[in-house]
Structures are given as structure tokens and as C-alpha cells.
Write a protein that binds this ligand. Structure first.
Ligand code: AMP
Length: 277
């Protein structure tokens, strides 16, 4: 496994890789969710590249950039075991040198949900992913359904900017009790960790209602809200039953939807989603 930091070293190492090259962008503190993307890339690509970069421009001023968990040694050991070819760990100075002033903005689909709660977040995501795509020039790139809106934004951006890259979205990997794996789960105290399963429970209850014939968007949102309200440690930021492609909130009858939510458990903000229909 080759590990590089500078852009020159990255380009030199990239030139030696067999195609197709698969890219898995991450912010590190890797878990089985990340590794599932690497494994999918390993199945489909001759070479696998992983980037580890805690991207400052996708964090808001009051968010957890400083506290974001990091463990490069452990990450590299996991990636080595997963048979990764190349790891890029750029610094912020490499990604955003002094004078940096060019941004990628995806419009409508970044406005609701996470975009509404985290202004500027998707501008940071789209910009850094564009830079990763340009630097690494993969044929395929792998993202998680866990960040459903991010996946939609990346697909749109890839299409709009004519990146010759196939975007592959992999299913959410969960803990045995249903909690979606996330680097941010490390923030949870034991009691909060127990409470955090309420996101999965709320989504499961709404899906069960849908499966047994409930089709009203407002009612599906209410099922999620009622489940979340039963957990004293949970503070809801939003619950949504949205159009799976436009991400606009649905009213009335739904046959297909993205159910999603952002919920604070103590000070930790967690997101999760199910696609239904
Ligand atoms: P992050 O390091 O949180 O930026 O995540 C890097 C990539 O891993 C993103 O495409 C995420 O959607 C994906 N990912 C994070 N958690 C999971 C999970 N539990 N299951 C599947 N993919 C995930």
C-alpha cells in the first residue's frame, strides 16, 4: 500500500495504477461502513484509492471540525488489511492553498434537509470531491447511502460537470441493534449510545406503516416524530418524507420516498435514512 501526502507524489503514484481505478473518499476514523465501500471497489476495480481528509470547508463555524475524531495509524492498518493500493492524506494547505477562491455549488438539491441545517456544507463537499476527482481521476467512485443527500449531490455534480466517473452508492452498514455506523458515534456516552438506536427505530416504524398500507406523507413523518418523542435523550432537528430525486418534501400520497432525519442525542448530531417504495 502506497501512502502519499503531496499532490506530486499522488500523481506519480496514480500514474502507476492499473485501470479501472476506484476511489473511496473519506474523512478517516474508519469503520466497517467505510470498509464496505472499499470492498465494493475492490470487487469492481483493478486499483483502489482511498482519500483521508477532514475537509474544513464542509463544517459550519459552530460544528465539530476541531473535535472530529482522528486515528490515522488505525485507519492505515484497516486499509492495508482491505488490500487498498493507494492512500492519499492531503493536508488542508495542500487542498486549500493560500488564495484559494474557486467553489463548486450545486443548486436546488442542496437547499432542503442537510443543506438547510448546515449552510455551506454541500459547497464544501462538492468542491472537495471535485478536487479529489481531478487529482485522482478514478473511473469509479464509491459513496454511502448513509449520507443520502450527499450521494444525490455528487451524482448531480458528476453529471453536470461531465466527470467521466461512475458513481456507486453502497448500502448503509449498521451496528447489530440498527444504529448506522458513523465516525461521530464515538462521541456518544454509553447511555446516549443506547438511546441512539431510536433513529433506526423511527425509520423502521415508518417503513412498517408504509408496508402495511400507510401512504400519507404527513402521517409517515408523524410516525417518526412519535417514535423519537419517546426517547428523552433525543432532540429532533428535522424529519422528512421527501421525493427520492428532487428531495422536496412530499404531501399527500407517496409511493416512493426518502425518509430521513437529523437528531441530536445529547450534543451529538446523528443522521439516518431509509428509501421506501
Ligand atoms: P465520512 O468519512 O463520514 O465522510 O464518510 C465517507 C464515506 O463513507 C461517505 O460516502 C459515507 O456516506 C460513507 N459511509 C459513512 N458511514 C457509512 C455507513 N454506516 N455505511 C455505508 N457507508 C457509510
Amino acid at each position: 500500500m502506497i501512502i502519499v501526502e503531496t499532490l506530486d507524489d499522488l500523481r506519480a503514484a496514480r500514474a502507476g495504477l492499473l485501470s479501472p481505478v476506484g476511489l473511496v473518499p473519506t474523512m478517516g476514523y474508519l469503520h466497517q461502513g467505510h470498509i464496505s465501500l472499499v470492498q465494493q471497489a475492490r470487487l469492481e476495480c483493478a486499483s483502489v484509492v482511498v482519500s483521508i481528509f477532514v475537509n474544513p470547508t464542509q463544517f459550519g463555524a459552530n460544528e465539530d471540525l476541531g473535535a472530529y475524531p482522528r486515528d490515522l495509524k488505525h485507519d492505515l492498518a484497516l486499509l492495508q488489511s482491505a488490500n487498498v493500493d493507494l492512500v492519499w492524506t492531503p493536508s488542508s494547505e495542500i487542498m486549500y492553498p493560500p488564495g484559494f477562491q474557486t467553489w463548486v455549488t450545486v443548486e436546488d438539491i442542496t437547499k432542503p434537509l442537510e443543506g438547510a441545517m448546515r449552510p455551506g456544507h454541500f459547497r464544501g463537499v462538492a468542491t472537495v470531491v471535485s478536487k479529489l476527482f481531478n487529482a485522482i481521476q478514478p473511473q469509479k467512485a464509491y459513496f454511502g447511502q448513509k449520507d443520502a443527500q450527499q450521494a444525490t449531490v455528487i451524482r448531480q455534480m458528476t453529471h453536470d460537470l461531465d466527470f467521466p466517473i461512475e458513481i456507486i452508492i453502497c448500502p448503509t452498514v449498521r451496528e447489530p441493534d440498527g444504529l448506522a455506523m458513523s465516525s461521530r458515534n464515538a462521541y456518544l456516552k454509553p447511555e446516549e449510545r443506547q438511546a441512539a438506536v431510536v433513529l433506526f427505530r423511527a425509520l423502521s416504524n415508518a417503513k412498517a406503516a408504509f408496508t402495511t398500507g400507510e401512504r400519507d406523507a404527513a402521517h409517515l413523518r408523524q410516525v417518526m416524530l412519535d417514535t423519537l418523542a419517546a426517547e428523552p435523550l433525543a432532540r429532533v432537528q428535522y424529519v422528512s418524507c421527501a421525493h427520492p430525486y428532487t428531495l422536496t418534501e412530499l404531501e399527500g400520497r407517496v409511493d416512493q420516498a426518502l425518509l430521513s432525519m437529523a437528531v441530536f442525542i445529547g450534543k451529538t448530531r446523528l443522521i439516518d435514512n431509509f428509501m421506501i417504495g
